[in-house]
Design a protein around this ligand. Structure first.
Ligand code: G3P
Length: 218
């Protein structure tokens, strides 16, 4: 199971990487804007800065919505670094762009997936990753995790090589349930990754071990 961090914040990316468990980064235009990164030159430079912090798998999202411009933009993004995965929205021209970029050997991540039909189309087009948004489905009283299970089953049925990249995770239970469901990748904020560390019995146990050591060695 791969762990991606869903942020454009360089210090959070570095913190997750330094933990030794990070396999990649996902960004989107909202996350870039949150970091105050504006203007095409700054955006491209920021993607390069992210690539320099991690080993592979940096999703960079196109902002165009027509086939020709998406392909052109995708190629420009892919030129930044071999680690770039071009993120394309699940729209008709997006599906065509995924096929075209895949045919040129450029990896893609099909984003804004909210049902199994969209996931099948993305896989048929040759997407490297498909990003179903769990939290946003849960937010509107739909079962985000059921979608992950459904996509994993369908991809297994046909041996699709597209990796299921569970996105829009809100908490650690989402991550654990994704692991149970067989998602290939999760992308989540730093607090969801570090949240996995926590258990009060660990803290109490460590405190007691150290206190007992001190008693015997003072
Ligand atoms: O990057 C895509 C996805 O992870 C967005 O998450 O929290 O904005 O629904 P969120």
């Amino acid at each position: 199971m791969k762990f991606f961090i869903d942020t454009a914040n360089l210090s959070e990316i570095k913190e997750a990487y330094d933990l030794g468990v990070l396999d990649g980064v996902t960004t989107n235009p909202s996350l870039m804007a949150k970091e105050g990164i504006t203007g095409q030159a700054n955006i491209l430079k920021h993607y390069k800065d992210i690539c320099d912090l991690v080993d592979d798998n940096v999703s960079a999202e196109v902002i165009s919505t027509d086939f020709e411009t998406m392909v052109k933009e995708g190629k420009e993004l892919a030129k930044i670094d071999d680690k770039i995965v071009v993120k394309i929205p699940m729209i008709k021209d997006g599906v065509k762009a995924i096929k075209a970029l895949t045919d040129e050997g450029i990896r893609t991540n099909c984003t804004l997936i909210f049902n199994a039909g969209q996931a099948i189309l993305a896989a048929k087009a040759g997407a490297s990753f498909v990003s179903p948004f769990i939290g946003r489905l849960d937010d509107i009283s739909s079962d985000g995790m059921a979608l992950i299970e459904q996509i994993v089953l369908i991809y297994d049925n046909y041996g699709f090589e597209t990796e299921v990249l569970a996105a829009s995770l809100r908490h650690t239970m989402h991550l654990i349930q994704c692991a149970e469901a067989g998602a290939d990748v999760v992308t989540c904020p730093l607090n969801v990754i570090t949240g996995l560390l926590k258990h009060p019995l660990t803290d109490i146990g460590l405190e007691k071990f150290l206190a007992d050591y001190k008693k015997g060695n003072s």
